[in-house]
Design a protein around this ligand. Structure first.
Ligand code: MSP
Length: 594
């Protein structure tokens, strides 16, 4: 496999230069008050509401697996909050301005808006197919967004935070990012020509020198540090919080926030200066405000904003965006949740390497919920993860088909549960004083499942979804162990003691499954629905407050006891098998033995 560029580390002389004109017209006290306002935002919002966003996706190329991953994490957090009884808003959409979109449209021989509309629709279709249940879809070419950006710009301008200046330095069109000389290195392009590339992304950079508008980013350094130090959970996980603090130790030059219209036509013109186009990142970041009705009616939702982003766009979200918001006198986001990347064969996905995973194809192959489960179970926010067919196959077969599906099959099979009901729990068979037929490990399992919701809550809250799924999966294994230990198929229903013990085993197993199904809803909504429907759990009985595990043992009632089971919708998850000859792609489903 070939890299697009061969990077050669070589020392570079600094000739990056800003020429500032104008002076600060606002003093820092003003921004400090914005910071205080952001700190008290959680107190301001008394209602249970939650606002979560994904990054808006560039439309220069088709969606890939990494994009879907960002959207799935946000969807999972949104569904989690709904489960907890919050009113939740979930925004996603597409980032449609900028030079690289302009160039991609040109290359496709289409006018930019037609091109953007086509690709934006592909994202929307992908998300709808994969149960990404966004409540708002935003496109930066919409009129409502243009209004919001123009207003935001005017606020910064009126506060003296934007001034006319000139920028000279490196620019990466692929990343739409300005770079310091220390962030650039020498490389050879595929034809052997010497070029400069961004050290971080490997994308080609160009020297740029032009008159444009500058934002006084340098004035916000200490305020940003203050925010991060006083809000240790503002950027999660911790290693990314540390990375931002580290960046802020270095020079923080003012930021160019416009490009000459002659170079960039595809964007929002600077209000009052049609010769300049607003920098695509400023334009894009404001989308989060547009969605909630900025500038007129954003307050209610803006106080509870959470962003999900990939690690490559941390600087834009944890430095530029908070500085813009402080400048505009708006509260800062509550949490910026950062995730790492999916690689293929240990390499970043890229068209030139030919290793891009098509999310449409793969979610068809493994089912939507299968794909969701894999990405959220294996994706670790702190570190990059490698995607292989084999891993997907093994994980889904082991945890969804065999472990969870097998458990449901066992306790709903007519052979074991001929009456097809949620049977009664017998406290003589499973007494609190531990003198019945249950053994020590069974009591341990009951305690573990009882505390599962608290464990899962903690992990969902901090976007460590894989840990929540790890905990659920461990409990499913324990419950399978419980069944295996007591071999209920060997018990004789005609014997009243055996019959009561058999019912107790099934009751307890169904209670465990009810908890797993409820807690899994944010990750695998379709599978959870099938599971809970089979148990006879109504849709209004599937929320966080309905969990109430094993009431009959813990001294409360169980409203499910004695109810008929729900309809059998078939296998919870069909085993996936590779077929010899085409191990990589072709799969068929096979029914497990009943
Ligand atoms: N348009 C900007 C975001 C603007 S938000 C105001 C952008 N778009 S993007 O399409 O390039 O990336 C969108 C998201 O996809 C980012 O969070 C990025 O990290 C994520 N991913 C892109 N490739 C990825 C992987 N290989 N793996 C996981 N996520 C990755 O940046």
């Amino acid at each position: 496999m070939k890299f697009p560029f061969h990077t050669v580390a070589r020392g570079w002389k600094t000739f990056h230069r800003f020429q500032q004109k104008g002076v600060l017209s606002e003093d820092q006290r003003l921004w400090s008050s914005a910071l205080k306002c952001s700190r008290s935002s959680s107190q301001l919002c008394k209602e249970k509401c939650f606002y979560i966003t994904t990054p808006i996706f560039y439309v220069n190329a088709a969606p890939h697996l990494g994009h879907l991953y960002s959207a799935m994490i946000a969807d999972c957090l949104h569904r989690w909050k709904l489960l907890q009884g919050f009113e939740s808003r979930f925004a996603t959409g597409t980032d449609e301005h900028g030079l690289k979109i302009q160039q991609a449209a040109e290359a496709a021989g289409k006018d930019p808006l037609t091109f953007c509309t086509e690709v934006s629709q592909r994202f929307e279709t992908l998300f709808s197919n994969c149960s990404v249940s966004f409540t708002d879809y935003i496109r930066t070419t919409e009129q409502r967004h243009r209004r919001a950006v123009e207003h935001f710009w005017s606020v910064l301008w009126n506060k003296g935070l934007i001034y006319k200046g000139s920028y000279e330095g490196w620019y990466s069109t692929q990343d739409e990012s300005f770079l310091m000389p220390s962030q650039v290195s020498d490389a050879l392009d595929p034809s052997g020509k010497e070029v400069k590339v961004s050290l971080e992304s490997g994308h080609k950079v160009e020297w740029m020198k032009e008159e444009n508008y500058m934002f006084r980013l340098s004035s916000f350094r200490s305020l940003l540090l203050d925010w991060l130090v006083k809000n240790p959970s503002a950027v999660q996980p911790e290693r990314f919080h540390q990375a931002v603090l580290q960046w802020l130790q270095e020079d923080l030059p003012d930021l160019s926030v416009s490009r000459q219209r002659s170079r960039l036509q595809w964007g929002i013109p600077v209000p009052g200066d049609p010769e300049q186009t607003i920098y695509v990142w400023l334009d894009a970041l404001v989308n989060y405000l547009t969605v909630v009705g900025y500038p007129e009616k954003h307050e209610r939702w803006w106080h509870v904003a959470h962003h999900v982003i990939g690690k490559d766009i941390l600087k834009f979200h944890a430095i530029y965006w908070p500085a813009f918001l402080l400048g505009a006198g708006l509260p800062l986001p509550q949490v910026i949740h950062v995730h790492s990347h999916w690689t293929v064969g240990g390499k970043k996905m890229s068209k030139s390497l030919g290793n891009v995973v098509d999310p449409f194809e793969h979610s068809q192959m493994f089912t939507n919920d299968g794909m969701r489960y894999f990405l959220l179970r294996q994706g670790v926010p702190d570190t990059d993860c490698d995607y292989t067919h084999d891993k997907v196959l093994k994980l889904l077969n082991a945890e969804l088909a065999d472990s969870l599906g097998g458990l449901l099959n066992r306790c709903t099979a007519p052979a074991l549960n001929p009456a097809q009901v949620y049977p009664a729990f017998c406290s003589h068979s499973f007494p609190r004083d531990r003198r019945g037929r249950a053994v020590e490990e069974d009591y341990h399992m009951v305690e573990t499942v009882r505390s599962l919701s608290t464990v899962v809550e903690k992990h969902y809250e901090s976007m460590q979804v894989y840990k929540a799924l790890e905990a659920i999966s461990a409990c499913v294994r324990q419950t399978n162990g419980f069944i295996q230990r007591h071999t209920p198929w060997k018990l004789d229903r005609r014997d009243s003691k055996d019959g009561r013990w058999l019912d107790t085993i099934i009751h307890l197993t169904l209670e465990c499954l009810r908890v797993y199904g409820t807690l899994l809803q944010p990750v695998v909504p379709e599978i959870s629905d099938r599971l809970l429907t089979r148990l006879g759990v109504q849709s209004q009985e599937r929320s966080w407050k309905d969990l109430d595990f094993l009431g009959r043992y813990f001294g409360t009632d169980c409203s499910f006891e004695g109810r008929p089971l729900g309809s059998n919708c078939g296998l919870l998850f069909s085993r996936l098998e590779t077929q010899s000859g085409d191990k990589q792609k072709t799969m068929k489903s096979k029914k497990p033995a009943q």
